[in-house]
Design a protein around this ligand. Structure first.
Ligand SMILES: [Fe+2]
Ligand SMILES: [Fe+2]
Length: 190
C-alpha cells in the first residue's frame, strides 16, 4: 500500500515517539503522570524491540555488519532489564527516576547506532536493498497484534535474546557513612 510507511520510516517514527515521551517524563512533576508516562515508554519500547528482533534484525542478518547486529541485541537486552525494573517499581521508590533517565540514555545511544548516516544499521540495510515495503507491512501488522495482546493482558515479561538471565544478588545501596574499613588506600589514588 502506497501510504503504508516502509520499514525504516516506521522504526524511525517509533524512535521519535519514544524520545518525545522521555522528554515529557523529564518535565513531568506529578507521580501519577510520571507513572503513566513510564508505562507508555515501556509499552512502546517493548513493542519496538519485539518487531525489530522478530522481523527487522533477522532480515539484516548477513546483510549488515555482524558485530553491529550483535551489539543491537545486547543493547536491547540491557534496556529490557531497566524496563522490567521500571515496570515492577513505582515513582515512590528510590532510583525510579534514575532508572527512566538511564534507560533514555541507553536508548538514545542505541537509536544513534541504528540511524547513523552511512554506517548505521538502517543505512546498511538500505544499501543491501532489503524489501523495506514488505518489512514495513509485516512490522506494522505484528505491532498491532502485540499492542492488542498488551492491552488485554499487560506487558509480557521481557524475553532476552543475548543475555542468559544470570541471577544477581540484590544488595542495599552502600551507606556513605559506613565506608569499608581497612588499610588506607588514599595514597594509592591519583
Ligand atoms: Fe529501533
Ligand atoms: Fe533497536
Amino acid at each position: 500500500m502506497a501510504d503504508q510507511p516502509d520499514a525504516i520510516a516506521l522504526l524511525k517514527a517509533d524512535h521519535r515517539k519514544v524520545e518525545g515521551l522521555f522528554e515529557k517524563f523529564e518535565s513531568a512533576r506529578g507521580k501519577a503522570q510520571k507513572e503513566s508516562l513510564a508505562k507508555e515508554i515501556c509499552t512502546e519500547l517493548t513493542v519496538h524491540t519485539i518487531i525489530e528482533e522478530e522481523i527487522f534484525y533477522p532480515a539484516c542478518k548477513g546483510k549488515a555488519e555482524e558485530d553491529l547486529l550483535e551489539e543491537s541485541y545486547v543493547e536491547h537486552d540491557g534496556a529490557k532489564v531497566l524496563i522490567a525494573e521500571i515496570e515492577a517499581g513505582g515513582p515512590d521508590e528510590a532510583f525510579y527516576d534514575a532508572k527512566v533517565k538511564v534507560l533514555s540514555e541507553q536508548i538514545q545511544h542505541h537509536v544513534k547506532e541504528e540511524e547513523k548516516p552511512a554506517e548505521g544499521l538502517f543505512a546498511q540495510a538500505r544499501k543491501a536493498e532489503l524489501d523495506m515495503d514488505a518489512l514495513g507491512q509485516q512490522m506494522a501488522a505484528r505491532k498491532q497484534e502485540v499492542l492488542a495482546q498488551i492491552k488485554a493482558g499487560g506487558l509480557p515479561t521481557p524475553e532476552t535474546r543475548s543475555f542468559k538471565g544470570v541471577e544477581l544478588e540484590h544488595g542495599e545501596p552502600v551507606d556513605e557513612g559506613a565506608a569499608p574499613t581497612g588499610p588506607d588506600q588514599a595514597s594509592d589514588r591519583v
